[in-house]
Structure formats: structure tokens, C-alpha cells
Write a protein that binds this ligand. Sequence first.
Ligand code: HEM
Ligand code: CU
Length: 591
Amino acid sequence: MSVLEKPPPEAEEHTGHHHHDPFWRRYIFSQDHKVIGLQYALTAMFFLLFGFFLMILMRWQLAWPGRPIPLIAGLLGEANAPGGIMLPEFYNQLGAMHGTIMVFLGVVPLLVGAFGNYVVPLQIGAPDMAFPKLNMASYWCYLPGGLVMFSSFFVPGGAANSGWTSYPPLSTIATQGQTWWLIGMVLLITSSLLGSVNFIVTIFQLRAKGLTFMKLPFFVHAQLVTSFLLLLAFPPLEAAGIFQLLDRVLNTSFFSPSGLVVAGEVVDKVGGGSPLLWQHLFWFLAHPEVYVLILPAMGIVAEVIANNTRKPLWGYKSMVYASIFLGFMSFIVWAHHMFLTGMGTTISSFFQTTTMIISVPSVVILSALLISLWGGSIRFNTPMLFALAFLPMFGIGGLTGLPLGLAPTDIHLHDTYYVIGHFHYVVAPGTIFAIFAGIYYWFPKITGRKLSEGLGKLHFWPSFIFINGIFGPMFIQGLAGVSRRLWDGGQQYAHAQPVLEWNVFMSMSAFGLLIAQLPFIVNLFWSIRKGQKVDSNPWQATTLEWAAAPSPPIGHGNFHEVPVVHHGPYEYSAPGAPNGYLPQTAPGKEG
Ligand code: HEM
Ligand SMILES: [Cu+2]
């Protein structure tokens, strides 16, 4: 890959010693945001795939409970799947670790660590992040955090098994893997905090001359709000995580209640703590976290849509204000996850109201993106297909959330497959599709080559069909009252019988989705070496990463010349402009 190439002579001046750096300084403990971005990308894609495999195992079990797992049963070990048949305890590990890995080790590191790191400095015309060493430290907290999580599968009792939410008292009495989970989380949170400070300072301080806030690409705004969410919401969970760790290893009782009975015996060495306190601290992070999962995704989709409709984003300013408002609101909705905890009607009215209010900015952003399509002569390339599919599917995810935000309906739907369907529409057909859009869009930036369009479409269409086949029927099961986190997919429940047949359908779709990723994986490896070579701006884009930097960008420093910005981010149908679009750096009136 040519990011790894020696910087040209002009860049040498201010980078001086860099090309003499030994391998480990350049690629292992690198301080270049592009290398760190790629480190994040590779690690996070590995975890995403791993989390995906865990889910495949779960889907096998849900469709055919008690039937031996084919092919890989031997790898799972007698303690987890004797004779290849999955034990309930193992299902719990898979569920908890799938959720944790997807959210904290896959999607956020990809969106922020990889896309944010690689693209933001380039889009704002900066030579690097403001604090390159912090950036390196952030990756080097993330990787050990991931490895700790990963290794926990091999400790006695296996990995964490109290859900991705780690609710006490279940989590305080759980097997050793739960301790590893907590240590992993503390490392991951530290990593996010280091990263978010860095993004905030970088975006405030290192913008190119002329690049005012209202000229920033929407992706940068999305990353900025995201960083504030991470910075403000994660510390309470980090503290709570440490408290839960103390509960587990030192027998404190921050979260351990009195009178707890486990397997018929009263646990009396601890008591007086509050399990509910954990739920509050967890969701105080985890609600903003869902916007961490969706805002940068919307940012990617906005870039791809503007570029491929060849039009300015409709309502760019309202999108920016909406995302800031969304950021604020996301701190006062968390207890909509807790309507069943007996909070009383006053508090629940408050959280129902804020939840209805927070849906407004999402609708503003989604509508603006939809209206942006109007009258455009759309280029249906692979990144655009993924971006277009994002819109309705995120829409489904968002709208199905409304009944969950209202206590009367949530009482029925809480902890059913309806919830699983709802949030997966946001994070899987939503966020994951945006990530694919981003990969197809920025791949030429990183490698100087395009991903194959043919393979791209072969990836898109089956993925689009299968992913709906997985998550659509979950609404049906959930409305029928089938609970989530069931090892047998509902077989033992009378009320689940009429909707059980969907389990096989959903699992077949999941296997289909797995197969649909093969063209993508082949495409990645093939195109790195053999993909069509492109010039520095293959999509005829206006934003700085394309318009002012070569593809791939030069080693340290990013730009041959420090860019100066004269135009807004999406001057795509500019009258009289050569080729119909005005790069942000094109000469023109200042300000
Ligand atoms: C793309 C394919 C995916 C499929 C087929 C899938 C499937 C599943 C299934 C079957 C469950 C367990 C339901 C249960 O037993 O209660 C689950 C849980 C979960 N998934 Fe996914 N998932 C996918 C992607 C993702 C992504 C991308 C994320 C996050 C970004 C995610 C986050 C979660 C979380 C947080 C849980 C809840 C775990 C818990 O109950 O503690 N999933 N998923
Ligand atoms: Cu929430």
C-alpha cells in the first residue's frame, strides 16, 4: 500500500527524520493518523468478523436448538458444546460477547478510530491530529482491551455471560470471565477518552485557513459531536466499571443488594448496594453510545450522497444544528431503557417526553438526506447503493423505536425480539451499511485504486436482501411476545409456537448474509493489488481529502501545499464551474 511509501522530497523538510524511523516506529507504534487509522481499521474489521461468527453460532442454535453444530463443533470444546450441542451457558457468553464486540470493538473503532482518524485531518486540511502521541496511546489501549475480551473465552467458566449490559447482581456473581470483561471495558473506555479529546482539539484548532464551521463537511460535524458524547458519557461508566470490579474482586457492595438469594442460599457477605444504580450509570453512557454508532454513519452517508447526486446537501445547516441538538438531548433520555424498574409516573413522563423530542433531529437529518436526492442525476455506484439503502433501513430502526420510548407500549415490548429487531435495524442495516459505503468511497483515497464495482454490487444486493430477512421477522416474533436472550429461541413457550418457524428463516438469512460477504473480502484483497488505478480525485469530489491531497496521501504532513479554503463543502452544481463542481480550494471569493 502506498501510504507506506517514502514521502516525496517536499514533505521531507518538516518531517525530517521520519523516513529513517525503523519499521516498528512507522507501523507498530506509529504516530501518523493515517497509519493509526489503518491499524484501527484492520483490528476492528477482525473483531467485526469475529462478532459476526459468534452470531452465526447463535443463529444455528436458535433455528435448531439441541442439534450438533456442524463443521466447527470440535473447536468449541466440551465445556461449551459437549458433542457439538451448545450449552445454555455458552449461548449466554456468545450473546454477551457478540453485543460487546460489535459495539465496542467493531463499530465504534471503525467509525471513529478508523474513518475518523484517517479522514478528519485530511478533510480539515490538517497535517495530522493535534496530539499524535495520544492518538497512538488510544490505539494501544484499544488493542489490549480487545485482546483481554478475546482471551476471556479461554478462562475457566468462559467469557462474560451477563449480556452486553452487565447488569448486577447477575454480573457480580458471574464466572471469572466477567472480571475480564470489566478490565477490557476500562481499557476500551480509556482509549475512547484519549481519542475524543484529540478529535475535539484537532477540529477546533487545526482547520485550514478559510475553513469555517459552516464550511466543514457534515462528516466532520458528526465526528465532533460524537467526540463530545464519548468524552462526557464514558467517564461515569468507567467509574462504574471500576466499582463493579471492586464488587467482584474485593467484595465491596456498590451494586450488590441485601438479601440476595443465589441457588437457594442467601449471599450475606455483601449487601446494601443498588443494582439500579448500575443501570443508570450504564445507560447514561449507552444511550449516547447509540448516537456514537449512528452520527458518524450519517456523516459518511451525507458525504456519499452529496457526491453522487452532484448537488449540495439540502438543508446542510439544519443538519448541523440537528446533530448538535441531538448530542445535547442524548444525555437526558437514558431512563427510557428502564421504564420497568418502577420509576414512577413523573420521572417516566419526563423520559418519555425527552425521548419523543430526540426523535425530531434524527428525522430532520434523514429527511434532509432524502430531499437531497430530489432532482439529482444520481450515480448508482456501490458506495451510493449502500448509502441509499441506509436511508429506509435506518428509518425503520428509528420509527420502531418510538413505541419503545412510550411506557405503555414498552411494558409489552420490553426485552422481546422486537427490541432486538429495532436496534439492529439502526446498527446493522443502518450503521454497517454506512460503513460499507465509507469503505467503497474512501478505498481509492487510501490505496490509489478503486474496489471492483462488479464485486461491489454482488456484495450489495444479496446483503440488502438477507439482512432484511434476518431482522424483519424479529418484529413479528417480538410482537407475539417472544423474549430476547433465549437459548432455545422460544421452543419451550406456548405463546411462541405460532411464530417459531421464523427462526429457521432468519438463520438461513444470516448464513446467506455471511456468504454475501465473500465478494467483499475477495474484493478487498484483490483490489489492493489489482484494482483499477485512479487519479487523486476519482469521484470528482469537492472536499479537501480529495481536492487538495494526492491519493494515497503523502507520508507525514498529508498535503504538498497547505490548503486554503474558499468554498462550502458541497459546491456540486456550481454554475460556470469547470466540470460542474467547485473544490473547496478552488480560487474564489474569500469568506
Ligand atoms: C449483521 C448481522 C447481525 C446479526 C444477524 C445479529 C444477530 C443478533 C442476535 C441473534 C442477537 C441475540 C438475540 C438474543 O438472544 O437475545 C443479537 C444481540 C445483540 N446484537 Fe447483534 N447481530 C448483528 C449485528 C450487530 C451489530 C452490528 C451490533 C452493534 C453495533 C449488534 C449488537 C448487538 C447487541 C448489543 C446485542 C444484545 C446482546 C445482549 O443481549 O446483551 N449486532 N444480535
Ligand atoms: Cu436509549
